[in-house]
Structure formats: structure tokens, C-alpha cells
Design a protein around this ligand. Structure first.
Ligand code: HEM
Length: 478
């Protein structure tokens, strides 16, 4: 009886899905108006899905959308399968969207995650919250993670985390090797755990290593399976119980369970001046502190470790940049430039989306409420109009220059590269991730000389990742 009910409910979801597809597509064909953004020709029901498939599929969505911007302009509307979206690459229009996002900005959530949370009754952290619940937690986190510096006074703790990574890489000196993503995940998680629990991490570092190592594997595996699940609607994958869905569920469960255990240990051993101690002193039930912290760790890992991957790749291709950093590894301006330039070329959030509660006029076009407005960070970040020689890795373009309208040496409009987003829902982990990446650049260059021994390109797997493994030749720097 139970399984009949399950089949019936899954069939209903599929029918609902097909019905929505048909209605949304018919709507498009019957009611197109002149004041809507330009849009490419699409087929009934599937829209332009086949064009995307012909262009290589979801892994090349950034290039596909980039080409559309070149054809149709800085704002256009496209229906890819069931999703109707307006894509925007103009920094002024991007600002307009943020200015209209309202008190409770609504962003896009990956479908498999939403389904997992629904099916297993999983209550999650900030990224998944909405309305008053989101605003309450966001205000508290804003205070300790953005307004005050979550890295202050943690130099020794951070040095310890980085030195472990550097020691690990010493074994590669003199060899050509394939960069190990797991190492970046471990580095990122260790850094966030240490930053959140404070200086007591120095005494308990060993206790956490095994959990961090396992968690790094689970988070990485979730990431891989989420990408595999992009091929089918998540509800269908769950109904068919395809292997990728089963693995996704297993890894998410394991990561959330282990994340909870780890967070409880962190809470027990926290420093009294730490971020965690502050959070525990707020009027928040313990379970909610745990889910917020677990999701900070999960949310920060893919984004930061993949950005570090690109940092290494670009440094390895740009010896003169390495030499500039090596002249003074503590020169924050050049180091920060390396990080900013990497995020311009490889923005972890390659598309950022908002759905507005009211109809809006964007760039002179009418955009109905609830339409997905998608900001194309890849396109705006690589546009000649905003960045001279846009494909060049040129960290010094980000050096301050007050004589320039943008305030930077080689940037025409800094608003065209906002990798952490803007507005009320911008990245809460920005200061933590910047601290890690800046320190990473200084330490890696102080210790090694890097050469990337093969070229690669971006493919999109939720975040931009290298299409082929990054290989490096490492020598010691004296
Ligand atoms: C290279 C590193 C990172 C990049 C490029 C990045 C980018 C972003 C962007 C663009 C958003 C806004 C999404 C939206 O508006 O829909 C965001 C949100 C968020 N980020 Fe990050 N992020 C990074 C690292 C981190 C880290 C280290 C953490 C945690 C320690 C973190 C936690 C979050 C959370 C919880 C949100 C949701 C905020 C909310 O809904 O209010 N991120 N991130």
C-alpha cells in the first residue's frame, strides 16, 4: 500500500512537471509582447534545450550564454527546458536587480538539495533559509563574519593550517604531479574549522584531522553526484532511484552526520572569544547553531577549494606574477590582486539568480514577478568593455589608482566582477575565504616555484572546474 502511494505521488509529480512545461511554453508563444527582452527562437515545450545540448550541454552553459549575450545583447530572455530566465551581463542592470531584491531576497537553490531536504525532513543552514528565519540568522552572522573580522587574532592558527598544506606539497618538489583536489578541500575545511573555534584549535588539531579528512571526501563526492544529477529533473531521478540519486543521498547523509559530530566537538573545545562562542551566546537553540555551522563548512568548501585550484593553475602559467609576489609575499595588494583576478576569470558563482516578488522594469524591459533574473558573471567578468585585455591574467589591474574612474589600474567598471554577489544575501563567508586564499598565495609563493605543464579550460559543474587535470612542476624557492 505504501509503495503504491509512493508510485502514485511520483506519477503525479511527473504529470505536474509535464503540465508545467506545456503551459509555460504555450504561454510564451501566445503572449509575447514587445516590451519583453529579446529572446532566441525556441521549440514548444523544450524551448532552446536542443541548442544547449548541441553546444555541449550544461558543462558549457557559461559559453552558451556568453554567445547569446553576444548575439542578443546585455539582457535577453531564454527558456531552456522548463526554466524561463532573463540573463543580464551589464553591471548597471545587475545593480538594479539587487536594488529591487526586497527585504527577503530569494535565490536559486539546486533542485537535488531541495528535494533531499523535503524528503528527509532535513533542516538546513543560512543558504536554504527564507523569510524571517533567514533574516534573524543573517543579522547575527553579519555581525560576527562581515562587520567584525572573523580572522582577527588567529594568525598562529592559520599559520598552522597552511604549514600542514605546505609540508604536504614538499614531497612533490622536483616532480611533475597532478594537483590533488582532495588536498584543497581538506585545507579549506581545516581553515574554516580553525577560524570558527578559535585559538584552541592549536591544542586539538590532531583530534580533528580524521573527521576533516572524511568530510572532505564526502563533500567532494556530493559535489560530483550533484553534477551527475543535472541531467534529469531531481524528482524523476529520485522516483527512478537512479544510482546517482542513491549515492547523492548516501553522501549527503554521511556529510551532514559527520558535520554534526565535528561541530559538536568544535563547540566543546571552542575558544571563549571565538566566532562559535559568540554564536552559542546568541538566543539560538543548539541544534540551530549546529546546522548553521555545518552548512557554513559545506557551503564554503566547493567554492573556495575550486578557486584555489584555479589560483594554482594561473600562477603556474604566469611566472612573472609569481616573481612579483615573491619580491614581497606579504604585499597584500599584489596578493589580493591574484585572488581577485582569479575570481574575475573563474567566478565560483558563475550565475547568480534572483526572483523578485513584484513586476519590474530592467533595462527598459518588463520582467514579470517570479521570473528568474540571472546575472552572468562569466560574461561580465570577461568583457572588453569593463576589463582591458579581458582574457589576460593581470593581477595588477586591481592595484588602486585614484586617477582612474573605476579606482583601479586596469579596470573600467569593477561592478562587472562581483564574485561574492551584492546586496543583503551576498556571501557571508567572504572574509573567511579571502583570508584563506590570500594566505595561500603568499605561502605557496614563499615556498615554491610553480610551472603549469598543460593547458586546460573551464567546464561547469555547479562551479567552474578544470576540464582536464591541472599538472604542475614544483621547485623549491630559496
Ligand atoms: C571563493 C569563495 C566563495 C565565493 C566565490 C562565494 C560566492 C558566493 C555568492 C556569489 C553568494 C551569493 C549567492 C546568492 O546571492 O544567491 C554566496 C552566498 C553564500 N556563501 Fe559564499 N562564496 C565563497 C565562499 C564561502 C565560504 C568560505 C562560506 C562559508 C564559510 C560561504 C558561505 C555562503 C553562504 C552561507 C551563503 C548564503 C548567504 C545567504 O543566503 O544569506 N561562502 N557565496
Amino acid at each position: 500500500m505504501k509503495s503504491l502511494k509512493k508510485i502514485f505521488s511520483a506519477l503525479l509529480s511527473i504529470l505536474r512537471y509535464i503540465f508545467t512545461l506545456i503551459i509555460s511554453t504555450l504561454g510564451k508563444f501566445i503572449g509575447r509582447k514587445n516590451d519583453e527582452p529579446p529572446s532566441p527562437m525556441g521549440l514548444p515545450v523544450v524551448g532552446t534545450l536542443f541548442s544547449l545540448i548541441a553546444a555541449g550541454g550544461g558543462e558549457y552553459l557559461h559559453l552558451y550564454i556568453d554567445k547569446r549575450h553576444k548575439q542578443l545583447g546585455k539582457i535577453f530572455k531564454e527558456s531552456i527546458g522548463p526554466v524561463d530566465a532573463v540573463f543580464v551581463s551589464d553591471p548597471k542592470l545587475i545593480k538594479t536587480i539587487y536594488s529591487l531584491e526586497g527585504k527577503y531576497p530569494k535565490h536559486f537553490l539546486p533542485e537535488p538539495w531541495v528535494l533531499y531536504n523535503e524528503k528527509y525532513g532535513s533542516k538546513r543552514g543560512l543558504y536554504f533559509m527564507d523569510g524571517e528565519e533567514w533574516r534573524f540568522h543573517r543579522r547575527i552572522l553579519n555581525e560576527s563574519l562581515l562587520r567584525s573580522d572573523p580572522n582577527a587574532g588567529l594568525e598562529d592558527v592559520h599559520d598552522l593550517v597552511l604549514s600542514k598544506f605546505i609540508n604536504d606539497w614538499q614531497k612533490h618538489i622536483g616532480n611533475e604531479f597532478t594537483v590533488d583536489e582532495h588536498g584543497f578541500y581538506k585545507l579549506s575545511i581545516s581553515f574554516f574549522v580553525a577560524s570558527m573555534m578559535g585559538s584552541t584549535y592549536l591544542d586539538h588539531e590532531e583530534v580533528f584531522q580524521e573527521d576533516i579528512d572524511k568530510l572532505a571526501s564526502f563533500i567532494h563526492l556530493i559535489f560530483v553526484e550533484s553534477c551527475n544529477l543535472q541531467l534529469l529533473p531531481a524528482k524523476l531521478s529520485a522516483f527512478l532511484n537512479v544510482p546517482a540519486w542513491r549515492r547523492f543521498v548516501d553522501y549527503v547523509k554521511s556529510a551532514l552526520d559527520l558535520g554534526k559530530l565535528l561541530t559538536e566537538k568544535m563547540m566543546e573545545k571552542r575558544d571563549e572569544n571565538s566566532f562559535l562562542a559568540k554564536l552559542m551566546n546568541e538566543d539560538i537553540p543548539k541544534d540551530d547553531v549546529v546546522r548553521v555551522v555545518v552548512d557554513l563548512i559545506l557551503g564554503g568548501s566547493d567554492t573556495t577549494s575550486n578557486t584555489i585550484h584555479w589560483i594554482v593553475y594561473e600562477l603556474g602559467r604566469n611566472v612573472e606574477v609569481q616573481n612579483k609576489v615573491a619580491e614581497d609575499p606579504n604585499n597584500r595588494s599584489v596578493v589580493k590582486g591574484v585572488v581577485r583576478e582569479t575570481l574575475r576569470l573563474y567566478p565560483a558563482a558563475i550565475f547568480i539568480a534572483r526572483s523578485l516578488t513584484d513586476d519590474a522594469i530592467i533595462g527598459g524591459y518588463r520582467v514579470p514577478a517570479k521570473t528568474w533574473l540571472v546575472m552572468s558573471s562569466y560574461t561580465s567578468g570577461r568583457s572588453q568593455e569593463y576589463f582591458p585585455n579581458p582574457d589576460e591574467f593581470w593581477p595588477e589591474r586591481w592595484l588602486r589608482d585614484d586617477s582612474k574612474a573605476s579606482g583601479y589600474t586596469g579596470v573600467l567598471d569593477a561592478g562587472a566582477s562581483t564574485p561574492y554577489g551584492m546586496g543583503l544575501r551576498s556571501c557571508i563567508g567572504r572574509r573567511m575565504s579571502e583570508a584563506l586564499m590570500n594566505l595561500f598565495v603568499s605561502k605557496i609563493i614563499a615556498n615554491f616555484h610553480l610551472v603549469s605543464t598543460c593547458e586546460t579550460d573551464i567546464i561547469l559543474r555547479l562551479v567552474p572546474v578544470p576540464k582536464t587535470p591541472v599538472r604542475l612542476l614544483l621547485t623549491a624557492r630559496n
